[in-house]
Design a protein around this ligand. Sequence first.
Ligand code: ADP
Length: 860
Amino acid sequence: MRYNPPMLTHRLSALFSRRDKPYDATALAAGGYRLPRRMTSNASLLAPLISILIFVMVITAIVWSLNRREQQYQQDTLYRNAAWAQQQIRVALGDVQDQGAALARAAAAGSPQIGAALAQAHRHHPEVVLVDWLDTDGRSMTASVRSEAEQATEGTASGTRPASAPVPASQARSASQSGDAGLPTIPANLPQWQTMLRAGAGGPASQHYSPLLFDAAGKAYMTLQTPVVRARRQIGSIAMLLSIDAMLAHQLPSELTSKFKISLVAEDGRELSTSSTRPRLPRDAFSQLRLQPPGNGLSVRVYTYPRIGNLTNNTLVWLVAGLSCLVLWSLLSLWKFTRQRAAVQQALFEEASFRRAMENSVSLGMRVLDLTGRITHVNPAFCRMTGWDESDLVGQVAPFAYWPPDSYAEMARQYDMTLRGKVPASGFEMRVRRKDGSIFHARMYISPLIDASGKQTGWMGSMTDISEPRRVREELSAAHERFTTVLESLDAAVSVLAANEAELLFANRYYRNLFGVRADGHLALAGTGFDMTQVSNDSIDLVDTYAGLPASALTDSSADTIEVYVERAAKWFEVRRQYIQWVDGHVAQMQIATDITARKQAQELARQQEEKLQFTSRLTTMGEMASSLAHELNQPLAAISNYCSGAAALVKSGRGSDATLLQALDKTAQQALRAGMIIKRIRAFVKRSEPKREPADVHDIVADAVGLAEIEVRRLGMRVAIDAGSPLPAVSVDPVLIEQVLVNLIKNAAEAMYGAPRQNDPERSTIHVCASREDEMICVTVRDTGPGIDPAHAEQLFEPFFSTKRDGMGMGLNICRSIIESHRGRLWAENRQDAAGQVLGCEFHFTLPIGEAPSARYDS
Ligand code: ADP
């Protein structure tokens, strides 16, 4: 994505406008802001939770303690009341026992009031159901005293019958059945009674209780027998039947029975009587005390009634439990809320941190102005850029500290534009003064600052330091200008053609001057036969070929160089062509066409001069060889003359036969042919002709050259030998020029050998010429036995006008080398030496390439 400061500014201003300050901006700016730890952990909930738990535990402990104390209290109360009840019953039983003892004493004394006393017993002790005096055999003694007793009772009683008449069992039963009110009820169906009484009548000589008796209804009774002792002899006993129910009903105070359920319990735990009909519940607390010694194993048991206090206690417990649950629920809700709040705060914090980090890390300087033009915020980048601290800038109104004093007017104008919202989207450039006084160039973009409610609260400005881009731009511009200047002033036509659509992408002034801004000039420079479709196809291939290569591969690819003659410009150009990657990434063809017309003309001139030189050289050679040639021609001409004279003499003398004449004429003709051949060779050698290459056999060239040169060689007293070689492939050469080289070399060899001692050795007077094949070249060697080449002159040998001869021109070898090199061959010389280092002579070699010569376009 492209860097777009205005868009970035807009986004940043949007971000800032949404800022709801969920954090301490100053702390954040200082980098010291941290989310409180308790917001990020659940530890905050642990304390209240522990408090609640402790509270619940304490409450539970209190309740438990209260309950325990209650239970103890209850137990104490029960115990006290049980003791009270025990005491009451004991007292009552004690009284009964006392009464029994009194009755026994009365009976023993034979008191006349015994009957009345017996009758009184029930009255005093309602629990005594029956009283009887029994003899030791268990027979009732009350019959004798009954009348007496009744009398006594009637007199004293309030008109009612004694509550407990000491009647025998049978009577008692009948009395009971009679339904007399107020009379003690004889327990129905109590057969044990009599038996018990009889059994106990002669029992121990002390008061004693019988085991429990039960009537048909299940009610419990027991007897108390008191021995009647007279004169130390037991004469009977007073038997009392005690009702357990009555004992409970009459002997216990009402305040006790109203508060507690009281039961009398047998030794085996059976409940004999109870003060309340309320069924016993398993959880009912009770206290139990034995009545013994009286009671014969009876126990009194006191139950507590469910108390109001318990209910209150329970309510309190439940209240506390409920409250605890409520507190726990509140705590949970608080915990959830805190977690949500912490999550929201964390998210807000992260967003705030992100924004702050972004704001801190951006390289854009940001400045916020309120609607009155006062700076309300600057970011660190702004401070870094200007060198002013935030505290210096925030709160300032124009002129700001970073305004350069010399630009107040311009800055005020921009400030005014800012506040009026007239700043263009592309911002404005400004000069900014740093705190240290230095100035830099910046670009400021302005956008409105909109808050969360959509209301504009100020102006957000984002500033970028453009000093560096500006410098780079200026440098680039200067570089471009230099580049353009160089390209424009180049003395060569530079053009770039889009490879795939023959569109001229670039042309410098030289090109434009020559061809205008059309692409055909580029095509013309590309050479004759340049086909547009071919260009396109080539280009496509090139694009494919270069697709995977780096740009350097295109630019580094070796360029072709061709020389082209452009008709319409009448100029020669050396064209370098190269495929490059154009600025848009496409492959393009760049051509640099250098005008080489002058060079071409100079080359042409040089070529012509060279030809003239060669021609001159040949003429010179011929001139030098003129005497030899004249001598050589003289011979056939003299022979012709002789043959003709001889023939004429024969004819004149008449001795000449036809055969003789014909022979003479044949020889004449041969000599004439020989002379003609010499002249033809000389003419062919000397005539001026354009270089004309044709396939030629090197052996023929060698033979012709030797034929020409050997006239001169012979004149110097030497001979030339052609070393026969194997047939050689044809070479494409100008035979006359190669002959010229050979003639020159042979002539030089002969001249070198001319002064050298030959010691009458024919081999030392022989120049050897041979031709052989070496790879793709034909190598021709001219070997002499002269003094060889002086090493001091080896360097200069082929230089023009170098000669060691008195009348030498010094051009021969130079021309020879240019001829050989123009045939893409090589000419060099080396001395021959023997094993002792003695120079035996000198060898000149030259090579010629086998096969077709390259196009003349490249040779010229
Ligand atoms: P010129 O024959 O007019 O001197 P050339 O260019 O043919 O000019 O020869 C240049 C020089 O090279 C000669 O003057 C001679 O010194 C030396 N030179 C040429 N051929 C031979 C040779 N076969 N042996 C020794 N020196 C030679």
